[in-house]
Every structure is written in structure tokens, then in C-alpha cells.
Design a protein around this ligand. Structure first.
Ligand SMILES: O=C(O)C1=C[C@@H](OP(=O)(O)O)[C@@H](O)[C@H](O)C1
Ligand SMILES: C=C(OP(=O)(O)O)C(=O)O
Length: 446
């Protein structure tokens, strides 16, 4: 059963809200807790479908994982190298992060794991992880040259590798580093462009040796030393900056708005969208900046603002890779042209986000162009027409981006199936409506 939603023009947004916990940090907290000796506690875990599937998978791999009455999560891990063969197929749902990081985890355990996922995940490329992990000794048997369902036969005699990432991907980096935990010696990943470093930060916090050096061309050279003793930790998950992006842009484009989003993670490798919005002229303030559980956080005050088109350089893409659909929506309300360079990775997300963003904006009356991996949005300075129904194709970020567009477009915007929003942002509709949005269920096709 699909779940269509419609977003009608809203009046000024106001109030304060906390978006759910960071998805990247939540996956890692569960995985590292499952590898650590002793008890880990996780506060603020994202209870979205992607992360709940990681929790179930950690149980299937032998860890004790439990939600306590106060909403925190408690884990008792198995120790590095101590995971057990799962008796059932691991179904990671819609989650690329879950699937790819877990392939790294099991690659250096001497047992067999079968992975699957929903239609979106089954279409996504896995060779980017199976290739380096095969070099470490694991075997991969996937459909159609490397897609799920996929069987991973882990190795009991792993070899450490040094691997230069061919694409900027924190998932690939993390998969290799996690495989390196149960591998003798030193496993090294070299990245030309820095990607989110939650794995490095949190692994260190759990007791692993993770060294980061910089190469002469600015590369990051990350080395993990095998067989660390990881011990249980208390993790506080910050609010997800990728989720905060939706109410933030909603406030920027909706006249008269003034909202605060509390406790948002401000890891500098995640904040490219906010830098870009500021360059466009958005009134954004980072208030009450502090450190919470090892990650930087701030309260984000966002007011309605007139935006100007800008160029967004390719180098910035890793720090805002999930935010391009919502940035493109902001650009549709700007005056002038916004050019977003280096978006090839958008084509292999939950859906082809490059195509979905382009098609959706065109359907809403926005002038938009494609030039190779560059997406070009021409803003007229006036609200776009809207008045379209957007096909979500199991992509939460496409659903949320176009519902935000509907809040300030001339006519309402609908999405054909909003179910996928629960993968990363459970409670999205309630939170947005609490700030003043008018998002409702509908049968109507706009
Ligand atoms: O490591 C992570 O937690 C993530 C990395 C990114 O994917 P890539 O590694 O494919 O760029 C991002 O798109 C995803 O939402 C989460
Ligand atoms: C790309 C995303 O997630 P994943 O790769 O984990 O499915 C996302 O959340 O936008």
C-alpha cells in the first residue's frame, strides 16, 4: 500500500524542534557496540527503519541489543573477531550504509552471510566494497555483477591492504577499516577528498588505533591497526544535519519564518549545505555551539531569506552528498542560476537522485538543466509553480525535498509514496506540521 502525501502552501513557520538522531552515527554506534567487550549505551539513536535493521542484524550476528524504557539502547558486544554466523538472510531494507559497512564487518570473519534489501538497495552497486574486500581474502557471490542478494564468504586468514578509493565514499572507506579490525597488521585507506569521518572518530573512542596522515597532494591516509581491544562506550547521537536540512530550507523559503533546530551535529565534513546556503544569502545562525558526546553540535536558527544563485564546487560534494535534492529546491526559490558540480554519485543513491531532482523540478515549473554531472537550476526569484505529483521511487530524500517545495510554491505538491521517509526521518510530517507546514495524507493526484 502506498502512502501519498500532499504539501500545501504554509504560512510563516515558527517554533523550535529537534530532528531525529544522525543516521551515520547511529549505524556505527550499533556496529561498534556489537564489536566491543562489555556494555555500550546509545542515547538519541535514530529509530528509523535503516537503523532498526542494523540493530536486528547485530542481534543476528550474536550481539545483545536492547531498547530500554527510557528510550536509550543497550548493547553487549562480542569482541573484535567474535561475531557469529547469522542463521538467516540479513535484510538491510533500504540502507546502503547498513549493507556496505556490514559487508566489511563480516568479510574478515570465517563464515557465510547472505545480504538482501528492498528493490532500491538491490539495484545499488556493491562492487565498490566487494573489490577491496576480495583483496583482503573474502569471496562475494552477487547478482548481476555485484548486486544484492549477495553471499559473502568471509576469510579466516585476512590480508591487510592499502587501498586508494576510486570514488569519494565514506561507506567504502568504513567497510575496509571495519574489515581491518579483525586483520593482522595495518589496513590503510587513502582518500583524495575527505568524506565523513564518523568511523574514524568513533572507532578511536571505542579504543581502536586509527591514525590519519595527510599526503603531499592533500589526500587523507587512514590506517587502522588490527585486533584492538574495543570496550563498551556511552554514545550520544547528535541530531542529524542531513534531516535538519529539510525544516531549515522550509524556513528559508517560507516568508516570515523564524525557527530553531536544536542539537544539530556540526561535524565539518557534514556541513557543506549550510555553508552553501549562507553563500546564497540565507539567514542562518549557529547558536550555543558545544561538544556533546565527542561530536560538535549547535542550535540552528533559521529565518526566511532572499537567496541568490551560486556555484557549488565539486570538492564540496562529499560534505553535502545527501543534501543536493533539498539544495536544488532552495535554488528554485533563488534569484539567478545555481550550478552544482560533480554530482555523479547522486546517480547511485536510493534512486537516481540526479534524474529525480531534475524531473521533479521540471514538473514543478522550474527551469533546470543537466550538463554531464552538473545540475543547473535557474531561479526566477519568484516561487515556482508546483502543482505536480512526484514519483518517490523508494527515495526518502526526494519525498521530503518536494514536500518542502510544496510549502512555498504557488500550488500544492504531492508525492506518490512517502513510506520511505521513515528510513531516516520518522515523525517528519508531525515535526514539520508542528512548525507550521500543511502536509496531509491524500488520495488526490495534483
Ligand atoms: O557512511 C555513511 O554513513 C554515509 C555515506 C554516504 O554514502 P557514500 O559513502 O556512498 O557516499 C551517504 O550518502 C550516506 O547517506 C551515509
Ligand atoms: C544515501 C543515503 O543512505 P544509504 O546510502 O545508507 O542508503 C541517504 O540517506 O541519503
Amino acid at each position: 500500500m502506498s502512502k501519498p502525501l500532499i504539501s500545501r502552501r504554509a504560512a510563516a513557520l515558527s517554533g523550535s524542534a529537534k530532528v531525529p538522531g544522525d543516521k551515520s552515527v547511529s549505524h556505527r554506534a550499533l556496529m561498534f557496540g556489537a564489536l566491543a567487550v562489555g556494555e555500550s549505551r546509545v542515547e538519541g539513536l535514530l529509530e528509523g527503519d535503516d537503523v532498526l535493521r542494523t540493530a536486528a542484524a547485530m542481534r543476528a550476528l550474536g550481539a545483545e541489543v536492547e531498547r530500554l524504557d527510557d528510550g536509550s539502547w543497550r548493547l553487549y558486544g562480542r569482541g573484535v573477531g567474535g561475531l557469529k554466523e547469522p542463521e538467516e538472510v540479513l535484510d538491510l531494507g533500504n540502507s546502503g550504509t547498513g549493507a556496505r559497512l556490514m559487508m566489511g564487518l563480516v568479510a574478515t570473519h570465517p563464515f557465510t552471510t547472505v545480504f538482501t534489501g528492498d528493490a532500491s538497495l538491490r539495484s545499488r552497486p556493491m562492487k565498490r566494497v566487494s573489490l577491496p574486500l576480495s583483496q583482503m581474502g573474502a569471496q562475494f557471490f552477487g547478482r548481476d555483477g555485484g548486486r544484492l542478494p549477495m553471499t559473502v564468504v568471509g576469510t579466516g586468514n585476512p590480508l591487510p591492504i592499502t587501498y586508494e578509493l576510486p570514488v569519494a565514499s565514506a561507506q567504502v572507506k568504513s567497510a575496509i577499516l571495519l574489515a581491518g579490525l579483525n586483520t593482522p597488521g595495518q589496513t590503510t585507506v587513502i582518500e583524495r577528498e575527505a568524506t565523513r569521518d564518523h568511523t574514524e572518530l568513533m572507532l578511536r573512542n571505542f579504543g581502536a588505533q586509527v591514525d590519519v596522515e595527510h599526503g603531499d597532494q592533500g589526500q587523507r591516509i587512514i590506517t587502522v591497526t588490527g585486533f584492538p581491544e574495543l570496550t563498551g562506550r556511552h554514545v550520544i547521537v547528535p541530531a542529524d544535519p542531513s534531516s535538519a536540512a529539510f525544516p531549515a530550507v522550509a524556513a528559508i523559503i517560507t516568508p516570515g519564518s523564524d525557527i530553531v533546530l536544536t542539537g544539530v551535529g556540526m561535524n565539518p565534513l557534514r556541513t557543506g549545505l549550510y555553508q552553501t546556503l549562507r553563500e546564497m544569502g540565507a539567514d542562518l545562525a549557529f547558536e550555543n555551539q558545544r561538544e556533546d558526546g565527542g561530536e560538535q553540535v549547535a542550535d540552528l536558527r533559521v529565518r526566511h531569506s532572499a537567496l541568490m544563485g551560486v556555484d557549488v564546487p565539486a570538492e564540496r560534494a562529499p560534505s553535502m552528498i545527501d543534501e543536493y535534492p533539498i539544495l536544488a529546491v532552495a535554488a528554485a526559490f533563488a534569484t539567478g542560476t545555481t550550478r552544482m558540480f560533480g554530482l555523479s554519485e547522486l546517480r547511485v543513491k536510493e534512486s537516481d537522485r540526479f534524474a529525480a531532482t531534475l524531473r521533479g523540478l521540471l514538473a514543478c515549473g522550474v527551469q533546470v538543466e543537466e550538463d554531464g554531472d552538473t545540475l543547473i537550476v535557474h531561479g526566477s526569484g519568484k516561487p515556482p509553480m508546483g502543482g505536480a505529483t512526484i514519483a518517490v521511487n523508494l527515495d526518502h530524500r526526494i519525498a521530503m525535498a518536494f514536500l518542502v517545495l510544496g510549502m512555498a510554491a504557488a500550488e500544492a505538491v504531492a508525492v506518490d509514496d512517502a513510506e520511505a521517509i521513515d528510513t531516516s526521518f520518522p515523525g517528519f510530517v508531525q515535526l514539520m506540521n508542528g512548525l507550521g507546514a500543511k502536509i496531509a495524507t491524500t488520495d488526490a493526484i495534483v
